[in-house]
Structure formats: C-alpha cells, structure tokens
Write a protein of this length. Sequence first.
Length: 346
Amino acid sequence: MHLPSAARSALGMWRRPGGLTRMQLFDDLLERLRLDSTVFCRMSLAGDWGFTKAALQGAPFHIVLSGRAWVELAGERGFQLASGDVVILPGGQPHRLLARPGVAPVSWSDIADEMGLSPWEPGARFKALDLSFGDGQPVTRLISGVFAFEDKRRNPVLAALPPILHHKTSGDPEAARSVASLVSLLETELVPDAPGAAAVCTRLADILFIQIVRHHLAAASLPAGWLRGVADPRIAPALVLIQNAPHETWSVAALAKEVGMSRSHFAARFRDVVGKPPLDFLTDWRMYQATIQLADIGVPVKSVAASIGYASDVSFSKAFKRWAGHSPAAYRRRLGNANGAEGIEA
C-alpha cells in the first residue's frame, strides 16, 4: 500500500526523540474539544453540610481549597478529597458532595432556586459567587464549576477518560505544584466586579482541565483506551497513521508492517492497549471525522465519504448509520434541532 507523505512524515516525527507527534495527537483533540469552563462559586462550608448534584451536560469539578470533603457516585465507592485535591466527573454524573459519609444532603437545585439562580446550560454565563453554609467546625472551602465541551461524546480524549478524575495533592510533586499554582491564580481572580475576572477564570479553569488530563496521561497505569494507546510506544505510531490518513485502505497487516510488528502481535497488543481491534478503532476514527464535517451543512455527504475512505456516499451512509444509529442526513437534522450544543450518542 502506498503511504501518503503526510502520514509517513508524521510517523517519522514519532520516531525522532521527544514524542512530538504523540503530543500533536493529544493537542489536536484537546483543541477540538473547544473547552468553555464555568466557575460557579467559592464556598465556605461549616459543620455537617451536604449536597446532591444533578447530572449535567458538562463535566462538573470541585477544588478543595482547605479542609476535607467526601464524594459519592452511584455504583462507585465514595472517596475523600483532601486540601488541594481536585475531582472532575467527565461524564457529568449525578453525585453527592458531603462533609463526611452519612450526612443527609439537600438538593443543590433547590438551593439554587431559592437564590434565584438559573440552571446551568452549555454556553450559559455565570458570575462566580461567594457562598457560605452552616456553622461550627470543621470548615471546608472549595471552588465548584463545570467544564463544557462543544465536541463531546465522540471525542477520543473524553471517551478515554475514567468516570472519575481525582487529582491528589499527595501524588506526584511536580503535578501537585502545577495544579496548586493554577488553583491559586483561579482563587485570586474570584474577586467581585474585577474587570475581566470572569474571562480569566474561564481560561484558567480550561488550563486546569488540560493539566489534570495531561497528568492522568503520564500516570504509571492507564486503563485500555485511546489515552493508553497514545502513551504506548508501539501502538502510538499506528494511531498517528490512522489519524493522518483515515482515507487510506488500512489493513491490520499494513499497519503492523508500518510500525515494525508482526500482524498477530500487533493485533493482540492493539486490542490490549486500546480496548478494541485496530479496524474497529479505524472505523470509530473515520466516523468521528465524519461527525466534524457533517456539522458544516455546506459539505456534501459525498465529500465527507471520500475524505474518510469510502468509495460512495451509499456505503458511507450505511456504515455511519450502523455506528451512530442515524443516517448522515438525520444526524445533521438532529444537530440543527439541538442548535449544535449537544453531542449525539449512538
């Protein structure tokens, strides 16, 4: 198979010291997420406080500035947040945020209603508030907000993240210092009526998300998925090839040859590292690229099909429907009805 110059160049970059292409993969997908963070509030919580938080279309986060907190999710073991810890829930799951296990929580939605606050939605703008609840000891201070993504559900970065991202201040010292610096800057900007404070807080929160995901990528043990594939020196070159040339007629044998492995060893390692066979990942990547192009109504379906390796729009439409549960035309209509704000899950 003829390897396009762009893909071969990318592979060459991967083989040079420094891992530039791996980072380009990561950077490209982070850029496509189009982060738009919202910092809701800084809270001072005393005594036996507790809240139930409803599911969100974004990824809620909590930063413990001082004191401790307890987090519970359905189907997951509860865990403690220490001072300096950050928790992110990439799937937007409903959860409980408590002073300690066993505290009877109140609904955060009810509290927001009483305060006259509108429910959060993607794209909404909020002015961060300083709030206090309860009395007595101990006292916990924390910042809460949500990360919103324009490109979600299908983005491989998000799909590869675990249900809970827990950055511990007791972990890697370098990671702890970088996150602590961002948190300090973020808290400094939470000043009422300071010019540009909301915009600065949004950008700092965006950077915080990227830093924590980056530290997660550098962790010693990653679950099977795209992030682990990017971190794997044998599999990452294959991901680079697929990303740079999704229109090529890749086979398992061709990919294995390009990365210097036998077909059987490559197929087994790819499945073990990424969590799915190489050609299943190729299909996912092609269809992910298709969703990006389908968001632009000016791009004909036939052009989308050709750009990702399909000889006809009919064969592409059948494959896309198997993958997404909707034809390309129906997908476009649903995007239009949702005004482009909500991702479509298969």
